[in-house]
Design a protein around this ligand. Structure first.
Ligand code: NDP
Length: 269
């Protein structure tokens, strides 16, 4: 019997997740379908409930519902608990299990696919929404030299810094002047709107990597990074495929091979 999965977001039309999961299913011989569902901004829980009643087995959750999905889950994995945000739901007779595979996806993409070790490096993470929450713990586990979290609404960055026991520092963008980083990760939704957070000119160390979690087109942040001395500029396609593989593993107990899927999506970009 075919099992049903979906990604819920707003907007969601740009999502490549249906393509990725279809490829994983083909590769591993799993009988499932996976579609994208646009949930109204005030109707996420109702949309999930309808999908579940119709026989849905699990879901991915994207912008801007990850924190709401955290509240909706009846059980959480430790990494979702730590993140306070959920991107993967699994429905079963006991309720709704919430997981967060974003951090594992990002770290796998940075360290394995892009061969970028994080230990001892200075990291700047921009944004304090669901995506940023999910990656802080896994980034810290790689033991960077320091991790700064910058956010437009500085209170959110400060709250997250406190949540992680001072192992990161929260800052407004204005406080970045005079600081330099080896790796800058854009986890804001600014790229979705064609916008750029206000960054100082000399933010990047020579040899720096700029990583935008957004994917599918050159973003204002990626263009900015090329103009401001980044040695490498990457989008979030590899992270997307890696976090999808983690979700697939949670749902189906099988780990798909991500490399050919990333290669085929990158060649189509
Ligand atoms: P949220 O809506 O939860 O968070 C949005 C964040 O972006 C907030 O911190 C917000 O700041 C900030 N922001 C929005 N607009 C601007 C702007 N113009 N300038 C500066 N900051 C801004 O979204 P998510 O965290 O779920 O997603 C963020 C991005 O990451 C999206 O583009 C999403 O597609 C991408 N993503 C990619 C993944 C992948 O696998 N490649 C996985 C997860 C996410 P404030 O708090 O001030 O409102």
């Amino acid at each position: 019997m075919t099992s049903h999965y979906a990604v819920f977001g707003n907007p969601v039309a740009h999502s490549r997740s249906p393509l990725i999961h279809a490829e994983f299913a083909r590769q591993t011989g799993q009988d499932l379908d996976y579609r994208a569902i646009l949930a109204p901004l005030d109707g996420f829980a109702a949309a999930i409930a309808r999908f579940r009643e119709a026989g849905g087995a699990g879901a991915n959750v994207t912008v801007p519902f990850k924190e709401e999905a955290f509240r909706l889950a009846t059980r959480l994995t430790p990494r979702a608990e730590q993140a306070g945000a959920v991107n993967t739901l699994k429905f079963d007779n006991d309720g709704v299990l919430g997981d967060n595979t974003d951090g594992a996806g990002l770290v796998r993409d940075l360290t394995l696919n892009l061969k970028q070790p994080l230990a001892g490096k200075s990291l700047l993470l921009m944004g304090a929404g669901g995506a940023a929450r999910g990656v802080i713990g896994p980034l810290l586990a790689e033991q960077p030299g320091r991790l700064v979290l910058a956010n437009r609404t500085v209170e959110k960055a400060l709250q997250l810094a406190e949540l992680f026991g001072g192992r990161i520092s929260g800052a407004p963008y204005a406080a970045l002047a005079g600081q330099r980083f080896d790796i800058v990760i854009n986890a804001t939704a600014a790229s979705l709107k064609g916008e750029l957070p206000p960054l100082p000119e000399d933010l990047l160390h020579p040899g720096a990597l700029a990583y935008d979690m957004m994917y599918g087109s050159e973003t204002p942040f990626m263009a900015w990074a090329r103009q401001h001395g980044a040695e490498r500029v990457e989008d979030g396609l590899g992270m997307l495929v890696e976090q999808a593989a983690e979700s697939f593993f949670l749902w189906r107990g099988i780990r798909p091979d991500t490399a050919p899927v990333i290669a085929s999506l990158k060649s189509a970009e």
